[in-house]
Design a protein around this ligand. Sequence first.
Ligand code: MSP
Length: 668
Amino acid sequence: MVKGPKFYITTPIYYVNARPHIGHAYTTLACDAVARRKRMLGYDTFFLTGTDEHGQKIERSATAAGKTPQQFANEVSSLFRALFDRMNITYDDFIRTTETKHQRGAQELWKRIQEKGHIYKGTYTGQYCVYDELYVDAAGPGAPCPECGRPTETVSEENYYFKLSAFADKLLNYYQQHPEFIRPETRRNEVIAFVKSGLRDLSISRSTFKWGIPVPGDPKHVMYVWLDALSNYCTAIGLGAAEKAAQEKFARFWPADVHMIGKEIIRFHCVYWPAFLMAADLPLPKTVIAHGWLLFEESKMSKSRGNIVRAETVIDVLGNDALRYFLLREIVFGQDGAFSFDALVQRYNSDLANGLGNLASRTLTMINRYFDGAVPQPSFLGARKQTDDAIKDQAQAVISEFARLFDEYQFSRALEAAWSLVGSVNKYLVEEEPWVIAEKIVAEKEGEQNKARLAAILYTAAEALRIVTALAHPVMPEATAKIWNQLGLGEITKFNLADLKQQMEQERTTPAPAATQSSTTSAATPASAGQGTPPGQPVAPASPGPTGAAPAPKAAAPDGKITIDDFLKVELLVGQVKAAEKVKGADRLLRLEVDIGTEVRQVVAGIALAYELEPLIGRKVVLVANLAPRKLRGIESNGMILAASVGEEGKPVLAGFLEDVPVGTKLK
Ligand code: MSP
């Protein structure tokens, strides 16, 4: 398979001094949403998270817990991992700084910096904040840490120093030439001001405790935990590895595209880290994006305040999707934001239950009830109204708006845009009253006209639902995967998001519906909503549906025609029906077993009203063999049988041959 462009995103690696809380969950799920969207857009994505396990802080926490640091780290690290697994985080690697591959890689980075002459030995006497693992310059004994306010400790020891002061100008130049390196703008300004105020050389080893990675050639020292930790972004993908595959991975994925972090660790990521990389002659990450803090109501979460919120609490009650949606919708990314249970419940009710939940359940229930579970064709018989077009136009606008905002990390506004469509479609359904039209059909007054109108409304709603579902998938992976499947579209992770826009555009340029036209259509699915096509549109380019709205594949000529290459993408095979039975609860559907030479395929076809079961057995049919599977009434359909759709009722007539044709023969 051809790989798309690469995309490498990381979370900070989390300290294992305490179990994870909702703040750690926040960064991780924001990265997960970005990674999922990139994958859906075809990027060869690598998403890294993990735990930061060395240093004095962890050593002390372990001692306090009566454990060895390794034992302690194992336990807490596994809590992070279990939480992320529970949260459905699609990390590609979970790095632990106690892993051999990391230790080897961190030492390799050290050696490269050292070989280039940027490390020297000295002694450090000054203040140190163990909580932040931060050297606090120009402060007297007992002074509070400028970051966390805790008292600093006086450290006096032999250390190795990194010549950070030599990199000030280079860093400033880099910031200037790469404005996208630090985001948002306010953080960038802070970093620039910090560097301009002067950089002192940085102590990068400690020699008064043991819990760390030994300094190459001088194991009395362990590496400063921030140098150790930052190097994880390189070591996880192969820096320092001897194996060829790991080296290739490093060459492919480094530099990272995004390091996502909380605002409190910006200095480490935007000053120290780029300086280390420059010193080692390695390329710099493209963007460091810092978000704000999640506060509990108005205050910072802390053990002593007893106000730490756990992600599990929310997941237990409302589920994963609710937690993910809430955090990305409620908090303006980049700014501090308050977590409150009231706001969570309110959002859950308004946006999820009454919003998307209501839209999905109404639309899918009506499609099941009135159209045997298959999304109906877009309107014909002139049943289309201006209100339908208004929804379509809004949906079109939302696709671009969502992309623009999400790719700018404005998750909240992107979701707001998508949910404005949810609101409009729910309102549209209330106003158009499809359930009233359905009752009229039952009463058999103006049946055809009403049927067409009902189809138009449900097609419009289903199409908008499909769009919101695809856009929201990276944020709410579980619910959207279910809705997608219920729409008959198969597996959502296989859908290429880039096609979303295109399909809308194609639909607009297709000719107006023709009421009485009878043409070949797909009978396998009454209104075949194949994967990768909008609901209601036939899939096989050879068979435009009654609306004439067959989607033109990507390289369509401007006049709506397709090229021979496009046509050849459709694999048409001669098959023979081996078994046929009715599908329970669906008047129009049959489950067929069709022999195509190499295998017997199960296909669900909308031909029950036109064919008896018995005569079908042994009959040769034409099968679209390379359609992605989809489920109809819970039965997987692996392909589509071609049939003409005759008259206004669209009566299916199976395509066949006058001569005898062997099973498995290709049509072209
Ligand atoms: N181990 C370092 C990072 C090393 S990265 C090379 C560290 N770990 S941490 O456990 O303290 O995690 C800090 C990160 O967790 C923050 O930068 C942020 O991403 C996330 N958050 C922790 N608490 C948070 C909030 N209350 N609100 C938002 N994010 C929070 O620093």
